[in-house]
Design a protein around this ligand. Structure first.
Ligand code: CA
Length: 246
């Protein structure tokens, strides 16, 4: 397995509210764990929400006795949801904070993904495929046919999300399980990458570079304007096996 990760404040924002976590080694009963979180809320609340949410997620995974990856990810995101809500309720300055979360683990040939919000997980194999659905107002209007994908891309309300971790007691989490192909690369990112760099451009950078893939993606987002914080993880699950064959 090969993993690249990078995060950056971007060219416009003062603070980085994105947060990421990578572990190629087991975390509790998960064989590895990768998470991107994009926090929201003023006065340091957004960066607290993403950082704290990820730490609760990781600690919950560590202690979980289950063996089902979906159950483990669900428990962990639900715990993060409860803990962020509790902090928000006990501290008025942090009211309304929350975070997106996209998390995954590679178990053998299978990828297990959990998602809340508009951070994304893609698989770059023969083509670039977005696995997660954005939980955003605009993405939902596009799904309902009220906007074309092209109109959605440049819509001013693009940053309104419809689901987040830490904002309501009830949380709806999307899960995906995918059988991976040997050449697949897994990309987790915040909207600071996906809004600034087209999917084709991301795919091209991944295909044309061997090292520093995450940093190259962050650099491209900044070259394209860097209007938001950027966080990206690139996982090549089977890259060791490939190199051994050479
Ligand atoms: Ca963002």
């Amino acid at each position: 397995m090969k993993v690249f990760s990078a995060t950056d404040t971007g060219q416009v924002r003062q603070m980085n509210q994105d947060y990421l976590f990578t572990a190629e080694e087991p975390v509790g009963n998960l064989p590895n764990l990768f998470v991107v979180a994009d926090g929201m809320g003023g006065h340091n609340a957004g960066d607290f929400a993403s950082r704290y949410g990820v730490s609760v997620l990781v600690e919950t995974v560590r202690k979980d006795k289950n063996f089902n990856p979906v159950k483990i990810l669900r428990d962990a995101i639900e715990a993060a949801n409860r803990e962020i809500l509790e902090q928000a309720r006990s501290n008025p300055a942090m009211a309304g904070m929350g975070t997106t979360m996209v998390a995954c683990t590679v178990d053998g040939d299978y990828l297990y993904v959990a998602n809340v919000g508009d951070s994304r997980l893609y698989i770059a194999g023969r083509t670039m495929t977005q696995i997660t659905q954005d939980h955003s107002l605009i993405a939902e209007m596009v799904r309902l046919g009220e906007l074309t994908p092209e109109e959605g891309k440049h819509h001013p309300d693009r940053n309104i999300i419809t689901r987040a971790v830490g904002t309501t007691d009830d949380i709806r989490i999307d899960f995906f399980d995918i059988r991976l192909e040997p050449q697949d690369q897994v990309i987790l990112c915040s909207d600071g990458l996906s809004n600034m760099v087209e999917d084709d451009e991301i795919f091209e950078i991944l295909q044309n570079s061997e090292t520093d893939k995450a940093q190259l993606l962050v650099d491209r987002a900044n070259e394209n304007g860097g209007r938001d914080n950027i966080a990206v993880i690139v996982v090549q699950p089977f890259s060791d096996e490939e190199s051994k064959e050479c």
